[in-house]
Write a protein that binds this ligand. Structure first.
Ligand SMILES: CSCCC(=O)C(=O)O
Ligand SMILES: [Fe+2]
Length: 189
């Protein structure tokens, strides 16, 4: 099954840990996520230490750095503060690569019309957010996730909060979005 993603009800004042579906639900396809540069694999989370598929992804994309992160109120120092930062809309200069090994959580990304899409990651979901995409992160009501973080070289986790229209990674991201659109239009012609 493909990863679950949907357009969020942005008018709702509900808890950020709730799904916040629109009514009726508006699901988002993996193709549309790919158009935004969001990539996704479903792997076997029980086998992450000897997984040939994961090894290949890491080799192909140069992810030589790896660490594991448990996120839940009991295990994270300054939990409230951290979660608040994760849920503040931001970009990075590099890809954000997260592999969910246990539990579940939400990544919200902005689409090209600035709508929020909520992506529900569960055990086995590996997602890559491209550099320069506006996003944020929250736990769901399960209040627990175990994540593998991957990176090319020495990791830089710096978050640049919106607005970042002059950031090189943002400009590059927008340029690629536009190029893709023109490419698709030419193909259709
Ligand atoms: C802890 S993983 C997700 C939060 C996030 O967007 C980030 O770390 O930049
Ligand atoms: Fe991030």
């Amino acid at each position: 099954m493909a990863i679950e993603a949907w357009f969020m009800d942005e008018t709702s004042g509900e808890d950020q840990r709730l799904p916040r579906h629109c009514y009726p639900k508006e699901l988002v396809s993996p193709d549309y996520l790919a158009e935004l540069g969001v990539l996704y694999w479903r792997l076997n989370p029980e086998n992450y230490e000897n997984d040939a598929e994961l090894k290949k992804i890491r080799e192909d994309r140069g992810y030589n750095y790896m660490d594991l992160l448990d996120i839940c109120p009991e295990k994270v120092a300054d939990f409230k503060e951290k979660l608040k930062n994760f849920y503040t809309e931001h970009i990075h200069a590099d890809e954000e690569i997260r592999y969910c090994l246990e539990g579940s959580a939400y990544f919200d990304v902005r689409d090209k019309y600035d709508r929020w899409i909520r992506i529900w990651i569960k055990a086995g979901d590996l997602i890559i957010l491209p550099a320069g995409i506006y996003h944020r992160f929250t736990l769901d009501t399960g209040d627990y996730v175990k994540l593998m973080r991957l990176f090319v070289g020495e990791p830089v986790w710096t978050a640049h909060n919106r607005p970042q229209e002059d950031h090189p990674a943002r400009k590059e991201y927008i340029k690629n979005l536009v190029t893709e659109k023109v490419g698709a239009a030419l193909e259709a012609y």
